[in-house]
Design a protein around this ligand. Structure first.
Ligand code: FAD
Length: 408
């Protein structure tokens, strides 16, 4: 059994998930959850979606109501840790206070990557936290022309919202396609066509190389020499793991705290879960992965709680993710870069279809569904089972994908 107390650093999806899972698994020792933010722990995905549109307020984002923590015997502490003292088995805080742990779970998440050049006093917006989203939402209501740097999920979700708010969104992306890191080329082209049709201006294969403010406006310089004006600039150019305390404490890190398949770091008194980990993952090419999604945070949290209560732990869940852009719901199960061949199930023109990706041995490795939630649910099971379904059958719309899921 684990040494007590269990201290969890970071109260996002992974940290709150780990605290709840410890209680679900029957752990009855002290659980101390350190929240580095002012608000009650909240969900991040709606920040670029419903919250940005004004459909939910901050109260609607909370992961668990205030009473939950007291009811489950989880001490919710506020504070920013500045050091892990492995020798003393204690966290040190900005205030000078310390907190001892028997076992420490790091759930420190990730931080938004900053633009790599000085912006001459111009206020660039990033979208990683509730305070970021509150500021951005307020500025969006006053903006007309918006430049979004980066065509990843956050950038495109924000572009779709900006359009709904009657702004003129311009997206600048260094890659030659949208969402290049995360989806197959087929899905990239579909989303590019859809965004252009809706009225998002997209410039691919170029970067923003300079920004300066001129009064209430910004002037941006692009790598192809073009100058653009905007009254709001948002950068969504990826994240890096929040692993700075782990590095300083001498734990092996590589843009992510290195953990084994049990989510244990090199120190057997410290585990790590969520966005901050680089972990073994059989579904990801190369074997070691840092994933940034709610599924990974929650499934790792449950796995670590099982291990700390003496049960089976190894983390081997199929990665999955979703994104909402205008009326398009994209759901992804698996990883596209595993694949040699892709096939479409359904018709792109219906705006409801799935892209199926196969590896060279004919195994289904990814399913990217647009407005097809039932196919996404079946896909998660098929990918977990490493199913080999003949392409002609898998793409036959008259056979529901769930037909291929073996009964237990
Ligand atoms: C705008 C936005 C939209 C997203 N949309 C989706 C989506 O549609 N689908 C999806 O699956 N995922 C989405 N994600 C990603 C998802 O939110 C993350 O994968 C998830 O939040 C990871 O959970 P986590 O607990 O590991 O990290 P986080 O949620 O980032 O939580 C980490 C917490 O640790 C705290 N912390 C860090 N260092 C310290 C310290 N030294 N002391 C105290 N506290 C500390 C941080 O302040 C933070 O509160 C989105 C993310 C953003 C920002």
């Amino acid at each position: 059994m684990v040494a007590e107390p269990v201290v969890i650093l970071g109260a996002g999806h992974a940290g709150v998930g780990a605290a709840a899972a410890l209680r679900d698994e029957g752990f009855d020792g002290p659980v101390r959850l350190v929240n580095g933010e002012q608000n009650l722990p909240y969900q991040r995905p709606p920040l670029s979606k419903a919250f940005m549109k004004g459909e939910v307020d901050a109260g609607g984002l909370v992961l668990r109501g205030e009473g939950f923590y007291a009811q489950r015997g989880i001490e919710l502490l506020h504070g920013k840790a500045v050091r892990i003292d492995r020798h003393q088995k204690a966290l040190r805080f900005q205030t000078g206070a310390t907190l001892s742990y028997g076992h420490l779970i790091l759930a420190t998440g990730s931080r938004q990557r900053r633009l790599p050049f000085a912006t001459d006093g111009a206020k660039i917006n990033y979208l990683g936290s509730l305070p970021d989203a509150e500021t951005l939402r307020d500025r969006l209501t006053k903006a007309k022309k918006v430049v979004i740097i980066g065509a990843g999920f956050i950038g495109l979700e924000f572009a779709a919202v900006a359009l709904q708010m009657e702004c003129e969104p311009h997206v600048v992306e260094q890659s030659d396609r949208l969402l290049a890191r995360s989806v197959s080329p087929l899905i990239s082209s579909f989303f590019e066509a859809e965004h252009r049709r809706m009225g998002v201006n997209i410039r691919l294969s170029r970067t923003v190389v300079g920004i300066r403010s001129c009064g209430s406006e910004f002037e941006l310089r692009l790598s192809d020499g073009l100058a653009m004006q905007a009254d709001l600039v948002v950068a969504g150019i990826g994240t890096t793991a929040e692993d700075s305390l782990a590095i300083e404490a001498g734990l092996p890190c590589d843009n992510g705290i290195i953990v084994d398949s049990d989510l244990l770091t090199a120190d057997d008194s410290i585990s790590a879960v969520g966005d901050c980990t680089r972990h073994p993952n059989k579904f990801v090419p190369g074997g070691l992965a840092r994933l940034e999604c709610v599924q990974n945070a929650l499934d790792q949290a449950k796995a670590v709680a099982r291990r700390l209560t003496g049960k089976k732990a190894a983390y081997d869940a199929v990665p999955w993710f979703w994104s909402d852009q205008s009326d398009l719901k994209l759901q992804i199960a698996g990883i596209w870069s595993n694949c040699d061949r892709f096939a479409v199930r359904g018709d792109l023109s219906d705006r409801a279809f799935s892209v199926l990706g196969y590896d060279r041995d004919g195994r289904l490795k990814v399913v990217e569904s647009v407005n097809k939630p039932a196919e996404h649910m079946a896909a998660r099971k098929l990918i977990a089972a490493e199913a080999s379904i003949p392409i002609d059958q898998a793409t036959d719309k008259s056979i529901p994908l769930k037909t291929f899921v073996a009964s237990p």
